[in-house]
Design a protein around this ligand. Structure first.
Ligand code: URP
Ligand code: ZN
Ligand code: ZN
Length: 471
C-alpha cells in the first residue's frame, strides 16, 4: 500500500490539537511528530488545515427495509458510503432488521455480506431486537451475534405491532446485554402515546404531513427516555439513546447522568440545524422532513446545543434514512406516495454526507463547541461506545489511518445536485458552509482527493466490533 506523509497540519484529537506531521504506512498511522526527516511515497501538504480522525456515523439506514420488507430506503451501501466518504465519514455503523423468513442471526450474516460487497468505507452493524413474537428464541441469537461483532443492540419503544418491544422484553434484553458486555440502544418514544395522538388527529381531519410532528409530542419522547433509563438502571446496564430530538428528553438524560446512570445520548444535525417552522407550511412537500422523532420547533434547538455543550449529549450521528420525493426508477413511490396523509409518509431523512459540514458550520463556527469537542462528538466518543477504539476515532501511532484533511477556510454550498446520494433532495439545500473535507484517507488509502473518489465497491471492511468502552 505504501506510505503517505501528511505535512504541516494541525492534528486534532478529542483531548488536544497540536501541529504535527502524520506518517501513514500500510493502512496504519505509523508516526506523529514534528521536525523528523520522514520520507514517504506521497506527501500531502496540510498547512493551514486541520487533520481530523475520520468521521464515524454510528446511525445509518442504508438500503433499509420498511413496510414488511416490501420496499427500502433509496441509498444502498454503494451510494451511501460514497456519500459518506465525500463528507469525511470513514466508518458507518448500520442496522440489521430480522427478515420475515430468516432468524435475526441469518439476517445479520446476509446483510453483512451484502454490505461488504458494496461498501467504500468500513462498516459495522447493530442488531435490531425484534418483538419476541417474531422470533421466540431471539435472545439465543443475540448471544451468538456478539461473536460476530454485534456489540450493540437496538430496541424500539415505538411502532406497536411491528417493532415495539414491551418493558418485559426490554428488561430481558438489557439483562442479556449486561451478561454479554453489549451496549443496548433505544429508540425512545412512547409508541402508544403516539398512536393515540395519530388517531385523534386523523379523526379530526388533521392529516397533512406537518401533523406528523404534532403526533410525536415532546412528552412521548421524554417519557420513553425516562422509562428506558429506569429499566436500564434496574438491571445495571449502560444505555445509549439514539436520535434525541427533544430538549426535554435531553434533560431526562442529564438528570439521569447526574444521578450516576451510565446513559449516553445521541442527537442528529437535522434536530440542530432544521426546525418545524421550516416545513410547517410546505403542504405535501413537508414529507421531505418527516422522521421520527420529528424535527421540532426552532425554540427546541438551543436546549440541544446546551446539552451538547454540557456533555449531556455525547454523539452526533445522522440517522440517515434517505427516501426520494420523486419516485426512483427501481422502487415504488416514496415520500409522496400518499400526499396529504402523514401516517403513510416513510420516516427518515438523509444526512450522511452533510453531518460534519453542518455540525462544523452550526456548532464550531458559531462558537458553541470547539474543534476538540467536534472530534469527540463525530468520531472519538462513537468509537469508544461502539467498540472501535483505539483502532478508530483518534490520531495516534497504531490506529487505522482513517483521516480527514479539513480546510476550515473553504467555502461550500450544500445542494442535492452536488451530493453523491441517490436521495433527490437535501434538508440543508442552499446552506453556505465554511469548512469542508478536502482529503479523506481510509486505512491509509487516499479515498477522496478534493472531491474526486478513488476506490471500488467492496473496499470497505466489515468491522467485527468489540465491547464498548464505557467510562
Ligand atoms: O424516521 C426515522 N428515524 N427512520 C429511521 C428508523 C429509526 O427509527 O431510526
Ligand atoms: Zn429510531
Ligand atoms: Zn434510525
Amino acid at each position: 500500500m505504501g506510505s503517505t506523509l501528511i505535512k504541516g497540519g494541525t492534528v486534532v484529537n478529542a483531548d488536544a490539537a497540536v501541529t504535527a506531521d502524520v506518517l501513514l504506512r500500510d493502512g496504519k498511522i505509523a508516526a506523529l511528530g514534528l521536525g523528523h526527516d520522514w520520507r514517504a511515497d506521497t506527501v500531502v501538504d496540510a498547512s493551514g488545515k486541520l487533520v481530523l480522525p475520520g468521521g464515524i456515523d454510528v446511525h445509518t439506514h442504508l438500503e433499509y427495509p420498511i413496510d414488511g420488507f416490501t420496499t427500502r430506503t433509496a441509498d444502498d451501501f454503494h451510494s451511501g458510503t460514497i456519500a459518506a466518504a465525500h463528507g469525511g465519514t470513514t466508518t458507518v455503523v448500520d442496522f440489521v432488521k430480522k427478515e420475515p423468513d430468516r432468524s435475526l442471526r441469518e439476517s445479520y450474516l446476509r446483510r453483512r455480506d451484502v454490505a461488504a460487497a458494496k461498501s467504500f468505507v468500513d462498516f459495522g452493524l447493530h442488531a435490531i431486537v425484534p418483538p419476541r413474537e417474531q422470533q421466540p428464541d431471539v435472545l439465543d441469537d443475540l448471544r451468538l451475534l456478539v461473536a460476530e461483532g454485534a456489540s450493540s443492540w437496538k430496541f424500539f419503544m415505538a411502532y406497536p405491532g411491528t417493532q415495539m418491544v414491551d418493558d418485559g422484553q426490554l428488561l430481558d434484553g438489557f439483562e442479556l446485554a449486561v451478561e454479554c458486555g453489549v451496549l443496548p440502544m433505544v429508540h425512545a418514544e412512547n409508541g402508544h402515546m403516539i398512536d393515540r395522538e395519530i388517531r385523534l388527529l386523523l379523526s379530526s381531519g388533521r392529516t397533512a404531513e406537518s401533523f406528523h410532528a404534532v403526533a410525536h409530542a415532546h412528552e412521548s419522547e421524554a417519557e420513553a427516555v425516562h422509562r428506558a433509563v429506569v429499566l436500564a438502571d434496574s438491571v445495571g446496564t449502560p444505555l445509549y439513546v439514539v436520535h434525541v430530538s427533544s430538549a426535554e428528553a435531553a434533560m431526562e438524560i442529564g438528570r439521569a447522568r447526574t444521578r450516576g446512570s451510565r446513559v449516553w445520548g445521541e442527537t442528529c444535525p437535522q434536530y440542530l440545524a432544521v426546525a418545524y417552522e421550516d416545513y410547517a407550511d410546505l403542504g405535501e412537500r413537508a414529507a421531505a422532513y418527516v422522521c421520527s422523532p420529528p424535527i421540532r420547533e426552532r425554540g427546541n434547538q438551543e436546549g440541544l446545543w446546551r446539552a451538547l455543550g454540557a456533555g449531556t449529549l455525547s454523539t452526533v450521528a445522522t440517522d440517515h434514512a434517505g427516501f426520494c420525493m420523486e419516485q426512483p426508477d427501481d422502487l415504488p413511490p416514496q415520500k409522496l406516495r400518499s400526499p396529504g396523509y402523514f401516517p403513510k409518509v416513510p420516516n427518515g431523512v438523509p444526512g450522511v454526507e452533510d453531518r460534519l459540514m453542518v455540525l462544523w458550520e452550526t456548532g464550531v463556527r458559531t462558537g458553541r463547541i470547539d474543534v476538540c469537542r467536534f472530534v469527540d462528538l463525530v468520531a472519538t466518543r462513537p468509537a469508544k461506545l461502539f467498540g472501535l477504539f483505539p483502532d478508530k476515532g483518534l490520531i495516534a501511532p497504531g490506529a487505522d489511518a482513517d483521516l480527514v484533511v479539513w480546510d476550515p477556510a473553504a467555502d461550500h454550498v450544500i445542494t442535492a445536485a452536488g451530493s453523491h446520494l441517490r436521495t433527490d433532495y437535501n434538508l440543508y439545500e442552499g446552506m453556505r458552509v465554511t469548512g469542508r473535507p478536502v482529503h479523506v484517507f481510509s486505512r491509509g488509502h487516499h479515498l477522496v482527493d478534493d472531491g474526486v473518489l478513488d476506490g471500488e465497491p467492496g473496499r470497505g471492511a466489515f468491522l467485527a466490533r468489540g465491547n464498548p468502552q464505557i467510562f
